[in-house]
Each structure stands twice: as C-alpha cells, then as structure tokens.
Design a protein around this ligand. Structure first.
Ligand code: NAP
Length: 252
C-alpha cells in the first residue's frame, strides 16, 4: 500500500530541515515516530505541535554522536514499540573549510556525527529492525559522496563512507529482512544551507549547472525517503538514490 500505517519509525535530526519534513511525511502516511535532536526546547516544541494535531510522535533529546545519546534512542524504542520498521539516519553537520584549516576536533566531529553514528545506531537497533521482518533503513548521504561540490573534504569523505556502509549492510542484513538504502540530496532549503543559499555569487553557478534550475525543498527529499520506507519499494536495497535536479548528468 502507498502508506505507512502500523509502521514504527525513528528519525534522527528530526526537528529541522530534511529530518523535520521526513517526520511530517511519515506521520501523514500513518507511521508512529520517535524523532531525536540535541536542542531540548526545539524537541519539546515540535512534539507538542505534532501531538496537538493528533499524531503519535515522541521527541527525544539525544546527540547521536555519543553513546549516551544512542542509548536514549534505544530505550525509547524499547519503551514505545515492540519492533522497529523504519530507521532514518538523517542527523548530519558540516564545517566548510579548506583541508589545511581543519583542526583534528572539527574533523572528528564531522566523521562521528555523519559516518560513525549511523553505523552504531543501526547496530544498536538491529534486534528491533530484525523483529520487524520487513524493515527499511534510509541513510541521508549527499551528492558530495560522489562528486566534489566544494563542501570540504571531511564532509564528502563521511558521506562517501555512509554510502558504502549502506551497500555493505544491505548485503549483510538482507537475510534478516532489513533493506538499507541511501538518499543523496543536492542543495536543499534547510537551516544547514540557509547562509549559503543567500550568497548570490555562490548560488548562481550552482543553479546554472542544475538542469531543474532551482534548489530542492526539504519535502522533496522526504518524499523519496518515504517511498524507500514503504513496502512499495520492497525490491530496492543497497541503492544510493541521488535526488539532484539532474546536476550529476552533465560535466558542462
Ligand atoms: N540541506 C542540504 O542541502 C543537504 C544536502 C545534502 C545532504 N544533506 C544532508 O541531509 C541531512 C539533513 O540536513 P539538513 O540540511 O536538514 O540539516 P539541518 O537543517 O541543519 O537539520 C539537522 C537536524 O539534525 C539535528 N542534529 C544535528 N546534529 C545532531 C546530532 N549530533 N545528534 C542528533 N541530532 C543532530 C539538528 O538538531 P540539533 O541541532 O538540535 O541537534 C536538526 O534537527 C544531513 O545529513 C545533511 O548532511 C543536506
């Protein structure tokens, strides 16, 4: 069916941008959701808005780059659900610099949130995903995983590793009834890119090279994530779905 009724989901980084749009889309399709982020007041505010609208959404304050943060998500899943059908590893950050300007701490921060956390959280939630017998993990990667788009090396490296993580886990966990796919956005209107999208001189060449000649809305990423979460995509696994307005098609 084209819905997510009776499905349970976890969305990391669910208060803003692509994560928030994903929470709204999955709820609209009938899923029950646990979403996480670090900012407690934003988590509480979004949860209360969703509850007011009659949704089954549970917010949790959690930094996915810490063991404590991931344990908090696992405990919440244990408390609310008996199995987990959908895991969206969406939380991600970037610090945009020239390679020689990164401190070791900045490098480690990007890698730990974007690359290590999706692996460890998938591992920590494996038994709940396996219990579903029909689960779907969606990792939010980036066009930067496959092309140099000026994001800075650590971000591109972290997203490339996430795509390879997607392929490996798809093969390893197929027998456990878990599909694993990635979605790779191009420029999308979110708080993460807000400053950048205001820079006309930076954005003009981007739009010139994007066949659809615009940046994406967060909901356009959420729609693809929702499809991969659904049983309608039951034969799709190990794929990196590039949602880029066509930018990767031409070198000119
Ligand atoms: N926007 C784009 O153009 C674009 C393009 C390609 C890929 N992406 C990828 O898409 C994903 C979402 O990006 P976005 O643009 O929607 O970002 P965003 O607007 O900055 O939102 C990020 C969300 O993740 C949360 N978050 C950040 N670090 C976290 C952590 N350590 N633990 C838990 N939650 C955390 C944030 O809340 P708190 O700060 O409260 O934790 C927020 O809810 C990222 O993986 C990003 O790399 C985005």
């Amino acid at each position: 069916m084209w819905n997510l009724e009776n499905k349970t989901a976890v969305v990391t980084g669910g208060t803003k941008g692509i994560g928030r749009a994903t929470v709204l889309e999955l709820l609209a399709l009938g899923a029950k959701i646990i979403f996480s982020a670090r900012n407690a007041s934003e988590v509480a505010k979004f949860e209360s808005e969703l509850k007011k609208n009659g949704h089954q959404a549970f917010g949790i304050v959690s930094d996915v780059s810490t063991r404590k943060g991931r344990e908090a998500i696992v405990s919440e899943v244990q408390k609310r659900f008996t199995q987990l059908d959908i895991l969206v590893n969406n939380a991600g950050i970037n610090i945009r610099k020239k390679a020689h300007d990164y401190s070791e701490e900045e490098y480690q921060k990007i890698i730990s949130i974007n690359q290590t956390a999706p692996f460890l959280l998938s591992r920590d939630l494996f038994s709940f995903l396996k219990a579903s017998e029909n689960a779907s993990i969606i990792n939010v990667a980036s066009v930067a995983a496959t092309l140099d788009v000026g994001t800075g090396s650590p971000y591109a490296m972290s997203k490339a590793a996430l795509v390879m993580q997607t392929k490996n886990l798809a093969v390893e966990w197929a027998k456990d009834g878990i599909r694993v796919n990635a979605v790779s956005p191009w420029f999308t209107k979110t708080p993460l890119t807000d400053g950048l999208l205001q820079q006309k001189e930076r954005m003009e060449p981007v739009l010139d090279h994007t066949p659809l000649a615009r940046v994406a809305e967060a909901s356009e990423m959420a729609n693809v994530i929702a499809f991969l979460a659904m049983d309608k995509s039951s034969y799709v696994t190990g794929q990196n779905v590039i949602v880029d307005g066509g930018v990767g098609l031409s070198a000119l």
